[in-house]
Design a protein around this ligand. Structure first.
Ligand SMILES: [Zn+2]
Ligand SMILES: [Zn+2]
Length: 184
């Protein structure tokens, strides 16, 4: 299993299998990194520019200069030096618990961002890949006995915490609409 730099497990064998599409990919298949941050990698930006900024991973199969496909034809994000995928779904990838954020509250979030892979430094090509895990699954994954692919139900404590927030949310909403109603 993959490990974090601190040596704890990340809960998967192949982070790329769980990565979404690249954060830099635009809806029309272009590389946003190359036109927004050309100064960070001039050679890469020049190559993309020559190819109308087509993403070198998803462009494979067209006549543009992309990276090679693997056998099953999936794009190989691992080949791109600037791939980054930070998950945006606000629910736990392991148990499905959804985030509940109270307005005007600085309570600790139910979900935490978990790194499957870290951005590489120097010679090592590696990428920042993150997913969301609830606090409970996150602890289990770092304790090394849970995997993010487990078919797990939310921890009873997690359900209780989410439920508590939900009812407080409703109290606040109820209070606000009651105040509206009786406002002269
Ligand atoms: Zn969870
Ligand atoms: Zn983590």
């Amino acid at each position: 299993m993959e490990k974090t730099p601190q040596g704890t497990t990340v809960g998967v064998d192949d982070p790329y299998e769980h990565a979404g599409v690249c954060d830099h990919l635009t809806d029309d298949g272009r590389c946003r990194f190359a036109f927004e941050h050309p100064e960070q990698d001039r050679e890469f930006a020049r190559e993309r520019r020559a190819d109308d900024f087509a993403c070198p991973v998803v462009a494979v199969g067209t006549d543009s200069a992309g990276f090679a496909d693997d056998a099953d034809g999936d794009p190989e994000w691992a080949d791109c030096p600037h791939f980054r995928s930070r998950n945006r779904d606000r629910e736990c990838v392991r148990c499905g618990l959804a985030e509940r954020r109270m307005a005007h509250s600085d309570e600790r979030p139910l979900l935490e961002e978990h790194h499957l892979s870290y951005a590489g430094t120097g010679e090592n090509l590696s990428h920042e890949i993150t997913v969301y895990l609830c606090r409970w699954c996150h602890a289990k994954v770092h304790d090394s006995w849970a995997r993010i692919t487990d078919d797990a139900a939310p921890d009873p404590e997690a359900v209780a915490a989410a439920e508590q927030r939900r009812s407080r949310e409703q109290d606040e909403l109820g209070f606000e609409s009651a105040a509206d109603r009786y406002d002269p």
